[in-house]
Design a protein around this ligand. Structure first.
Ligand code: SAM
Length: 312
């Protein structure tokens, strides 16, 4: 079905997405060209070193987007049995931060962001709820502007008897310059609560924790263009780098745990450049998909279309 653009139909609740046009869009050829034109020998690399040292080596205003999922200061090794997984597949050496050092550690890396971020750039900083305060304090100290406090709700919670089982992370979406920030609205209506499942891949070697690819791709698609440079200071399994490569974005990453190198290299080899890229208008739900999701609204819409066509 042709995508209609008449304004009068835009505000039908639940079906408005059908009439929506993303702010920026690129064909596959355009995205590929942008990506290829910015290729150079210093990009698309993971450096096995402390991220603060690594960030200090980066040129000023060189990064378009930062996705940072630091250790949460929870005395975590990735091998805990409460996470219901076979610890023999978890790579040793996950670097946690002692709770007593957490504020100092957090300030050190967050204070590096304003220098390396481009004026239009943004950062998504992940945090558990227990050590959220040092992250918020460090954001304030850095002068970065908090644009959204997103909640990622996931489908897994460790059972608790005397309190609510926790099943969310915080994502602090911060920018350097509110007036010049790049933000591509790719969906008509997006709230600040994202429900995305964690997919479990049993019997695969992995780093202690892993974000879902879809979650990271969402940040990348809203806040960068094809060919842009995405930095992840805490690479882990290379979820950010895989998402970037698959969406025609360049990447740089730091990871202190050298044991995870082989897993990272295998993960990166498993995806082709631009493999997941699709022009944004093609990612919008079709009227058939929306009709299935909102059958009552679709009935009203059909009646309105018939009525309008009888009038004209
Ligand atoms: C929460 S995990 C990141 C997981 C990743 N987002 C993923 O989806 O796989 C944090 C990672 O940061 C690494 N790390 C801890 N301190 C670091 C530091 N100072 N510099 C670089 N990496 C560090 C840990 O070894 C761990 O692999």
């Amino acid at each position: 079905m042709e995508k209609k653009k008449e304004r009068k139909n835009k505000y039908i609740p639940n079906l408005a997405e059908f009439y929506f046009k993303p702010d920026y869009d690129w064909s596959i050829e355009e995205a590929k060209k942008l990506f290829s034109s910015k290729k150079n020998k210093n990009l698309d690399k993971i450096f096995y070193k402390d991220c603060v040292d690594g960030m200090r080596d980066l040129l000023p205003e060189s990064i378009d987007l930062i996705i940072a999922d630091p250790p949460f200061g929870l005395d975590f090794t990735g091998k805990e049995s409460l996470y219901n997984r076979n610890s023999e597949y978890v790579v040793d050496g996950y670097q946690e931060i002692k709770i007593t050092d957490y504020k100092k550690f957090t300030s050190r890396w967050i204070l590096e962001i304003p220098r390396i971020l481009k004026t239009h750039g943004s950062a998504y900083i992940f945090s558990g709820w227990t050590n959220l305060l040092p992250i918020l304090q460090s954001i304030e100290e850095s002068g970065l502007i908090l644009r959204n406090h997103l909640i990622w709700q996931y489908n897994f919670a460790v059972f608790t008897k005397k309190k609510f089982a926790s099943s969310h992370y915080h994502i602090l979406y911060v920018v350097k310059d509110e007036k010049n920030v790049f933000f591509n609205r790719i969906k008509h209506y997006e709230t600040d609560t994202w429900t995305i499942s964690r997919k479990y891949k049993p019997n695969q070697t992995k780093n202690g924790t892993k974000l879902p690819n879809d979650l990271v791709r969402k940040c990348i698609n809203y806040s960068s263009k094809p060919g842009d440079l995405v930095l992840d200071p805490f690479t882990g399994n290379a979820t950010t780098q895989i998402a970037s490569k698959g969406e025609f974005r360049h990447y740089i990453g730091f990871e202190i745990n050298k044991n995870v190198r082989e897993t990272i290299e295998n993960n990166l080899d498993s995806i082709k450049e631009g493999e997941n890229y699709k022009p944004y208008h093609e990612r919008i739900s079709s009227i058939e998909e929306l009709a299935k999701k909102y059958p009552k609204t679709y009935d009203v819409y059909k009646k309105k279309i018939i009525k309008d066509s009888n009038i004209s």
